[in-house]
Design a protein around this ligand. Structure first.
Ligand code: FEO
Ligand code: CA
Ligand code: CA
Ligand code: CA
Length: 681
């Protein structure tokens, strides 16, 4: 995702106390000065004994590995700045579903390669900027059948320089700006549900024309449900009930419920709203979420729904987790307001021992928070239909992290604070629980939540109840006076992976212990700075990366890490190459780079077939020029801008089709073993 929406703090709170932070910063400096680099600190084995005093998770100590050592299973891949996918020896990677690929067999919907498609074609083609995704079994087939299934895939945003065929204005390819162009951009957002078939050789293909295939876009009717549905702040002239909304936007990462639905999470929704009235006064609510007067998408210029001076409440109807039934193409997606409004990254769902459903969620912006939702009702696997509205009623909590008994050891304890109107949240800004959910950020400010280094994906260990990991991708804004054990570095370029163990291994617990599983750094650029790389999993020159983002466990318990950071491959980022995917062992700490994406891309989104022979990975925005070392230059030596690349869209990247494809395209990639065996086996 473009960083300009997330690298600026909109958090005005004083959380946590400054004096505590100063004390921690001094302590860490003292520790490092003493020569006791944090890399020498004990590994997680100690975590089960910290904090609660209980055997956290119940099974952490003495766990028996379910898979062979990663360094035996995967040959590490070197960093690359090329315009190609690189995958570990013995594996193959094949593009499956690319932006513009048609969902139907109709010739009218075929990909043209020159971006002349209009919004109607785009509504029948794959959207852009693939992100999180999940696999679903088909009805009538065994749940572990891997020969066919559905993929639900998020389409997070669009890149105008590739989305639109250039106009005649030599200085601005985007002119004239029209309502139809906005409609095409809106149609390229949302979600795809597509049927996937796998043949006997392991090759996968999209089943065009499948009755399950569906595009959900920024214009698809959906329902607002839960405690905030119908609230005054959600009502508009077009929807006086405050319960019916058009579309889902900036669908970042995802979740999957045990009752077979897909969760798609609205992240940087604020970017789509602007004002045609430069004097429009922003509300405190809009400011807290970064909704402003300007929008580079320019929808507000041609559609009053996105103009906050004319439809001030429309932006409040975004920033939610949306539940979709992929098996019913006629179903209405539901925005579940009980899970709170934020810049949602993903929604990791686990079922507690007592049947309550817990959803872990990160709010991805500098200095924002980590949340969890605990349902009131209980999930009964024998009656999945009864679970359909479990996400409408429950308690939303936000995390407060403490350094624990010692500062500088990168571990501590914490608590989940419920956000309940009139009980924990009493500020004048909140008239109801609906207000608390709509302005969850301000509610979390009030209860003293801990400001984190941009929480991205959260992943729960599949075999150890209550053990949960979260990528904190980076935070260039954090000052040295603001560091703590969970966010230990000022101007954090590289990011870290935090993990916590809920008290007693119970996902519904209100206290936890935590440590930093991995502090990313760069031993190529800074070979002597061990403080830049620590934790249980140690980064080496062969596995260096920045900005962990996508994060998921496979069924065996391997942890897959995907990156969305600088691909400059120089300076602080020397030796790291393009964005990549690594696989990690949460117990041994092994970390192996197994996949590198093409030029300018982000690697994001993970799904497996039940037999673990097929892995799906998304390549998002290949061809983003940014600071890439191979970015094309003009005759005068200056870098290509959007106007240049719109006119020469194959100049930098041609992934995945080659030059004949017309332009780079985001795509779902199938990763599988050449010998057809189980991944990592
Ligand atoms: Fe869409 Fe925070 O990544
Ligand atoms: Ca500590
Ligand atoms: Ca992300
Ligand atoms: Ca990111």
């Amino acid at each position: 995702m473009k960083n300009d929406l997330v690298d600026v703090s909109v958090n005005p709170s004083g959380n946590p106390s400054l004096s505590a932070r100063v004390a921690v910063a001094i302590s860490r400096r003292t520790l490092l000065k003493s020569g006791l680099g944090v890399a020498t600190l004990p590994l997680l084995g100690a975590l089960s004994a910290c904090g609660s005093g209980e055997a956290a998770g119940g099974t952490v100590a003495g766990v028996v590995e379910q898979f062979k050592p990663l360094s035996n299973a995967f040959k590490a891949v070197a960093a690359s700045s090329g315009d190609t996918v690189v995958v570990a020896d013995g594996y193959v990677a094949e593009a499956l579903y690319r932006w513009g690929d048609p969902l139907t067999n109709a010739a009218a919907h075929a990909w043209r390669g020159d971006a002349t498609e209009g919004w109607v074609e785009q509504e029948n083609q794959a959207g852009d900027n693939h992100d999180g995704m999940s696999w679903f079994a088909l009805p009538g087939k065994a749940g572990d059948d891997s020969s066919a299934g559905l993929l639900a895939i998020n389409h997070e945003y669009v890149n105008y320089e590739y989305l639109f065929a250039p106009g005649a204005d030599p200085s601005n390819w985007l002119e004239p700006w029209t309502a139809d162009k906005a409609k095409k951009a809106i149609a390229a957002h949302g979600v795809s549900v597509v049927e996937v078939a796998r043949d006997a050789t392991g090759k996968c293909s999209i089943v065009r024309g499948s009755s399950y295939n569906r595009r959900i876009t920024g214009d698809t009717p959906m329902q607002l449900t839960g405690p905030a549905a119908g609230a005054p702040a959600l009502r508009t002239a077009a929807d006086p009930t405050g319960t019916q909304v058009l579309g889902t936007l900036n669908n970042c990462a995802n979740g999957k419920t045990p009752w077979g639905t897909y969760l798609t999470c609205e992240e940087n929704f604020n970017g789509y709203f602007g004002s045609t009235d430069a004097a429009h006064a922003l509300s405190a609510l809009d400011k807290r979420y970064g909704v402003g007067l300007k929008s580079g998408y320019r929808w507000h210029e041609v559609d009053e729904r996105f103009d906050i001076s004319r439809t001030p409440n429309e932006a409040h109807r975004f920033g939610w987790v949306v539940e979709i039934d992929p098996l019913d193409p006629a179903s209405t997606p539901k925005k579940r307001t009980a899970l709170g409004r934020m810049k949602h990254e993903n929604a990791e769902v686990v079922v507690a021992r007592d049947g309550r459903v817990v959803v872990y969620m990160g709010d991805d912006q500098v200095y924002e928070y980590i949340y969890k939702f605990v349902s009131d009702g209980r999930y009964d696997s024998k009656n999945p239909v009864a679970a359909r509205d479990l996400l409408d009623s429950g308690t939303l909590y936000v995390a407060r992290f403490s350094d624990g008994s010692a500062s500088g050891d990168l571990k501590g304890d914490g608590e989940w604070i419920p956000l309940v109107h009139g009980v924990t949240v009493k500020g004048a800004a909140f008239a109801s629980q609906a207000d608390v959910l709509i302005n969850a950020r301000a509610a979390a400010d009030e209860v003293g939540a801990t400001k984190m280094d941009r929480p991205e994906w959260i992943a729960a260990h599949p075999k150890r109840s209550g053990e949960v990991y979260c990528t904190l991708t980076n935070n260039s804004s954090r000052k040295s006076t603001e560091t703590d054990d969970a966010n230990p570095r000022a101007a954090n370029r590289y990011g870290q992976i935090l993990r916590w163990i809920e008290k007693g291994g119970d996902p519904t617990a209100t206290t936890f212990s935590w440590d930093l599983y991995l502090v990313a750094g760069n031993p190529v650029a800074y070979p002597d700075r061990t403080d830049l790389r620590s934790g249980s999993a140690l980064v080496t020159p062969e596995s260096t990366f920045n900005s962990p983002d996508g994060l998921a466990f496979d069924a065996d318990g391997r942890l897959w890490i995907q990156t969305d950071g600088s691909y400059a491959n120089s300076g602080d980022y020397a030796g790291q190459g393009n964005n990549q995917m690594l696989v990690a062992d949460p117990d041994r700490g092994d970390l192996v780079r197994v996949f590198v994406g093409p030029g300018g891309c982000e690697v994001t989104g993970i799904a497996f077939t039940p037999d673990m022979r097929t892995m799906f990975v998304n390549i998002q925005h290949p061809g983003e020029i940014g600071s890439h070392p191979n970015a094309p230059k003009k005759a005068d030596g200056t870098k290509y801008g959007d106007n240049d690349i719109a006119r020469e869209p194959t100049k930098f990247s041609t992934w995945p089709d080659g030059a004949a494809g017309g332009r780079p395209r985001s795509a779902t990639v199938v990763v599988r073993r050449a010998d057809g065996k189980r991944i990592g086996g």
